[in-house]
Design a binder for this molecule. Structure first.
Ligand code: PLP
Length: 395
């Protein structure tokens, strides 16, 4: 019999009752050190006082009015994002998938307004993940996401990761309207696009007159030690998808765009009942107030450098379990020689939480507020988890 919850997840038998910073308390009282942060969502940790205050203050006054009216919190958050980034305009969503939907629609609309309704073909990359809607699975294109979900939305061309010739060929297609890429692939296995490649991609898009769309749902909002990951390459996209960290645990997403890319999105062309609702935007403003502070980002970079060094030590100590470290900032991956799901399991036994990804990678995505001491403790727990795996293999 099908369970009352549609069984689309393989859940661990853990149920957390409370969160405090980088710690989660299970119903049996065990305290887990959280190096997963709800898959890069809890940017400021669990129940951070500043976000609890912003949410409860707003909840006591007004939850929802709809986009029929002005929503001052929404405008304030858009103004702040425009101030802090390349963007001229922002649309708020409730998730990364919804941000993908709008980004894809915006590309189509841009080319339609230019009198080229067939010009909205989008190139994407192998290993990418943009969400679970029909557009998002068609965009990523992997069999794992699309199997059984035909008909798929047409108009995407899927390129092998790191294949310059395939990219050149795609850019030569007169129907190509945009390139969509994650500056650091998350689900694909923490694969950063080198800065020089992102720079080159921007230049190639400019030369061919196609839009560059970045998916910073997982790597944005301070995760790499810059407010947005593309800043490391010194470039700016035309359109950017955001979600996860921007709401710090409250469902909030956004699409940021230049005026040129977004101008055809006129009244009535897109909408959302909940997108930009006062609760989400009040929280988003509080998140941004912290994360956009240069001292906060500097601290993320310092902690990330120390963590990376410790993880290199972990790889050296357990060469039979781990192969290498990769990633950017506090978005790090340990390439494993065993199944990463086994390391996640062994981590549960040591009261530490991590996330598996594709390409045999274990993701380390702590809250950006985690302390240096907590990171050291996390690596010590991973060390014990790796020792468990090695002992089991030897037995
Ligand atoms: N894009 C990227 C890069 C993601 O990592 C995710 C989620 O993991 C999404 C889009 C989809 O976001 P959501 O699950 O909020 O719909």
């Amino acid at each position: 019999m099908i369970p009352s919850l549609l069984p689309t997840y393989n859940r661990a038998p853990l149920a957390f009752e409370r969160g405090e910073g980088s710690w989660l308390v299970e119903r049996d009282g065990r305290r887990f050190l959280d190096l997963a942060a709800g898959i890069a969502v809890n940017a400021l940790g669990h129940a951070p006082p500043a976000l609890v205050a912003a949410l409860t203050e707003q909840a006591g006054r007004l939850w929802h009015t709809s986009n029929l009216y002005e929503v001052p919190q929404q405008r304030a958050l858009a103004d702040r994002l425009v101030e802090l980034t390349f963007a001229d305009t922002v649309f708020f969503t409730n998730s990364g998938t919804e941000s993908c939907e709008l980004a894809v629609k915006m590309v189509g609309r841009y080319w339609h307004a230019k009198g080229d309704p067939e010009g909205g073909k989008i190139a994407t990359f192998e290993g990418s993940f943009h969400g679970r809607s029909s557009a998002a699975i068609a965009a990523a294109g992997s069999e794992k996401l699309t199997a059984g979900f035909a008909p798929l939305l047409p108009g995407f061309v899927h390129l092998p990761w790191g294949d310059h010739d395939a990219l050149e060929a795609a850019l030569a297609d007169p129907e190509l309207g945009a390139v969509l890429v994650e500056p650091v692939q998350g689900e694909g296995g923490i694969r950063p696009l080198p800065d020089v490649c992102l720079k080159g991609l921007r230049a190639a898009c400019d030369e061919k007159g196609v839009l560059l769309v970045l998916d910073e749902v997982q790597c944005g909002v301070g995760r790499t030690g810059r407010l947005f990951a593309h800043e490391w390459a010194g470039i700016a996209p035309d359109i950017m998808m955001v979600a996860k960290g921007i709401g710090g645990g409250f469902p909030l997403g956004a699409v940021l765009a230049t005026e040129a890319a977004a101008a055809p999105m006129t009244a009535g062309s897109h909408g959302s009942t909940y997108g930009g609702n006062p609760l989400g935007c009040a929280v988003g403003l509080a998140v941004l107030e912290h994360v956009a502070d240069p001292a906060f980002l500097d601290a993320v970079r310092r902690k990330a450098a120390a963590l990376r060094q410790r993880l290199e030590g972990l790889v050296a100590a357990h060469p039979e379990v781990f192969e290498s470290v990769r990633g950017s900032g506090l978005m790090l991956g340990l390439r494993c020689r065993v199944a990463p799901a086994d390391v996640v399991q062994a981590g549960y036994a040591e009261d530490v939480l991590t996330v598996p990804a594709a390409d045999n990678v274990l993701r380390i995505l702590p809250a950006l507020t985690i302390s240096a001491e907590e990171l050291a403790e996390g690596v010590a727990r991973l060390d014990r988890a790796a020792a468990r795996i090695a002992a089991t293999a030897a037995a």
